[in-house]
Design a protein around this ligand. Sequence first.
Ligand SMILES: NC(=O)c1ccc[n+]([C@@H]2O[C@H](COP(=O)([O-])OP(=O)(O)OC[C@H]3O[C@@H](n4cnc5c(N)ncnc54)[C@H](O)[C@@H]3O)[C@@H](O)[C@H]2O)c1
Length: 320
Amino acid sequence: MKLLVTGGAGFLGSRLIESLLQPDARDLLPPGARLLSLDLSPCPLRDPRLASVVGDIADRDLLSRLVGPDTALVFHLAAVVSAQAEQDFDLGMAVNLDATRALLEVCRHQARAPRLVFASSLAVFGGELPRQVPEELAPLPQSSYGTQKAMAELLVADYSRRGFVDGRVCRLPTIAVRQGRPNAAASSFASGIIREPLAGLPSNCPVPLDTRLWLSSPGKVIDNLLLAARLDGVRLGPRRALNLPGISVSVGQMLDSLERLGGPGTRGLVGEEPDARVAAIVCGWPGDFEVERAMRLGFVRDSDFDAIVRAYQNEASARA
Ligand SMILES: NC(=O)c1ccc[n+]([C@@H]2O[C@H](COP(=O)([O-])OP(=O)(O)OC[C@H]3O[C@@H](n4cnc5c(N)ncnc54)[C@H](O)[C@@H]3O)[C@@H](O)[C@H]2O)c1
């Protein structure tokens, strides 16, 4: 039996693999099963059950070699993230849409339809939005990234309807606080305004302080991706896409948490230089969602933003 994680060297992909290798994930990765990471770079983890394949997800031949009749589960996380997909239209289409379709096609031709968990994003929503996004709101993306994710979501739903895969789509909140360095996501600042000042470094907040974000810690998102993999597809019916739970927080409230938990002076390290390019993407995303359906299915969220910052601080000191 085989599991595949695309984007396995990325921030979430490598954490997901770390969790899959733990004893409490034995139901997903039983003894004797193999775990494959596919990414442009090697997965940083080492384990005899893990094979790190360095390659391009747009390479259909490679996908055909990696996915076989014994592939039970695919986590599809490889993507060109928001700001980069906006900057490089062709690359975003090739990776976020064309390669997703190629992956689905390879899955389709297996004797047994694999379970597939697709990491989508709240960026599928946009336009005139109510204060809180209702469960059934139709996607209306306002960026190429959101459009590519929305198209891929529809493909996952149709391939599932036809029985080619057993898909589930998780629309991820913005993830904060990310360990490591800034990335090419337009929402990268949501981690930077906490992570950098906690390390004594300056940072910049490019959007107005009353901008509301829908946030989740990395830990809760990994729990939710694992839960999505365990869920019986019948419980989703034809509605394969789920808005994952998060918490609705304004950027100003995030900075209040920083001051409370990081100590005096940390807030002062955050500048407020507007960036129209970032604001054009992030300020169009919804900042609050109704998530009763996901909560009923057992998905989880953080209690508040202080808890997210504390979890980040604990992990940072454990990794230091
Ligand atoms: N982090 C967030 O806030 C967030 C929010 C919503 C959705 N998501 C989605 O979750 C997934 C994981 O996000 P992340 O934060 O870990 O991003 P990340 O950039 O750390 O990871 C994405 C990985 O995909 C890989 N990749 C890109 N192009 C590839 C290609 N052609 N072939 C193979 N691998 C390729 C990259 O090398 C990278 O390691 C993505 O699909 C992203 O769109 C993330």
